[in-house]
Design a protein around this ligand. Sequence first.
Ligand SMILES: *Cc1c(COP(=O)(O)O)cnc(C)c1O
Length: 421
Amino acid sequence: MAFSQKVLSLAADAERELADIFARIDSISFENTQKIMNAFKEHRVSEAVFNPTSGYGYNDRGREILDEIWADVMGAEAAFVRHSIVNGTQALTIGLFGLLRPGDIMFSIAGKPYDTLDEVIGNTGEAGNGSLRDFGVEYRQADLHEDGSFDLDRIREVLRHEGDRVKVVFIQRSKGYLNRKTLSVDQIGEVIKFVRSLKNDCYIVVDNCYGEFTETREPCAVGADMIIGSLIKNPGGGMAESGGYIAGSAKAVELASYRLTSVGCGLEVGATLGQNKSLYKGLFYAPHTTAQALKTAHLAAYMFGERGLGFDVEPAWNEERYDIIQAVITHSPEGLCAICRGIQAGSPIDSYVVPEPWEMPGYTDKVIMAAGAFTQGSSIELSADGPLRPPYTAYLQGGLTYESGKIGIMSAVEEVLKSKK
Ligand SMILES: *Cc1c(COP(=O)(O)O)cnc(C)c1O
């Protein structure tokens, strides 16, 4: 892979200007690594915790100790982390079904949740599938204001009128694939204080996907009762082969554990089949890997944005980040496709494949995706995707190592330049 002088010098400019930001990212990674190593030390992690169990998985000390470590690292009373949770959506489903009962209301206060939750909630999909709605759980939503702040009036109104039925107040930390700002842990803390001033007896649940280890605190530290995420994003450190986690108050985690396995069994079962080591190792790597992805995102914003190719980017190259997603608004189908082609060509795996837009089940427009990852669908590894509709936004995320992330981004910039000729 050879890069043009133009691209090489743009990357060099970017790194010069990003030096202070990169140093700050390293210091966050250091603090989080310290937290994790302290937890390993405190819980006396030894080689024995990597031993596999089979069958029921009773007395799997590796699993039990990892749960305790996860709770400590997330600033929570309790947690569970399992390789057998297939994705973030399932982890969220476990959490929501664990807490909500017929007649309850789930109230999302940061706008529409992630697309895959629509059917879980029952806002889309067929009646009778077993969604929350099928079980008599109702849904309310407060959208964020244009500037990304919470709509406190709407939150107050819902809690005043139907507060006695609101069991879960739901907050999605990352913007996901929406056109809004990602929430910082400080912002989440402020809105939790506001909700608590109106209502105490509800669970505040945070979809923590893509946010882990981008700051030195997680939402449990500011009062969230439950946080939920996927191991093929930040907290798996690129090492976990699959999985998800839930952390939070002892009561909330206990209730969720009854949906993970069964009422009564909870966390006492679950064979780990030799996956413990990659989960421990993944957590150990996670702050560093997240830092690599954050640096890659800053570099992308610089090279695609006003200082480089001139696209609109969100967030800007020098803006503080609370998740690993970088949006590049290309305003043309060719721009979006060129970015995806370049990312694919600059990947360690499947670099010879040329991505094409296709009709994906559940999506109205064609979607193009670039992913050359060791783990299928892993978005802590560099990937890019976007729907083929205006404004033709490419969403980039990940980068297992900054070096490989940089190669991917330079390859994408090169491809866009080529397509303009
Ligand atoms: C990734 C993600 C999810 C879950 O998606 P899966 O593909 O099921 O892992 C949920 N919410 C947000 C904000 C996400 O980024």
